[in-house]
Design a protein around this ligand. Sequence first.
Ligand code: TMP
Length: 204
Amino acid sequence: MKKGKFIVLEGPDRCGKSTQAKMLLNYLITQGNDVILTREPGGTRTAERIRQIVLEPGLSVTAMTELFLYEASRAQHTEELILPALEAGKTVLCERYTMSTCAYQGYGRGIPLRIIRTLNRIATQNLVPDLTLVFLMSDKYFTERGEYLYSDRLEREDIAFRKKMRRGYLNMIKRTPNAYLVDADKDIMDVQTRVQEILKEHGI
Ligand code: TMP
C-alpha cells in the first residue's frame, strides 16, 4: 500500500526543473522527510539504458518506437523504484512522468492521446502523482538557456513542436487534479518559494 507522497516536476526542456528538483530535495530533507529524487526516462539501471537509446542524437527512432521506449522505461522505473519507495513511506520526487509523454508524443508528435493514456495506465499500474508542478517559461528563455548546452535528440525539435507542447501542458494542467502551473521565467529563488508554498498548501 502506498504511504509516501509522489511529486512530479514537469515542463519543456530547459525550464529549470532539474535545478528546482534539487532545491526541493534539499528543502524536504531539512524538513526531516525521507525523500528520493529520480527521473524519467531513467531512474533504474535498465531504464537508464533505455534513456541512452531514446535520447541518442542521430539514431533513427520512429514516433511509435519512441513512445514504447518511454513507456518501457516507466514500467521498469515504477515497479522497481517508485512503488517500493512509496510503500516504504518515502516522498518520491520525479523529474517527468506520464504528462511528458502526453506533451511530447501526444501534443508534439500527434500520437492520439487515448493511446498514450492507455499505455500510461499500464506502465504505471495506475499510479498517479499526488502533486504535479509544471514549469513553463517563454520561448525567449529556451534559446538563451540552451545556447551553451549540449542538445539531445528531443531538444533539437523546432519551435512549432515546442509551441504545441506548451499548449498541451496548459490543457493538461486544467484537466489534471493537483497539477499547478509554475512561472519559470521568474528568478530561481522566487520559483522555489512558489514550489514550497504549493507543497505546504498540500500539507507536504
Ligand atoms: P530530460 O532531459 O528532461 O531528462 O528529458 C529527456 C527528454 O525526453 C526531454 O526532451 C523530454 C523527453 N521525454 C519525452 O519525449 N517523453 C517522455 O515520456 C519523457 C519522460 C521524456
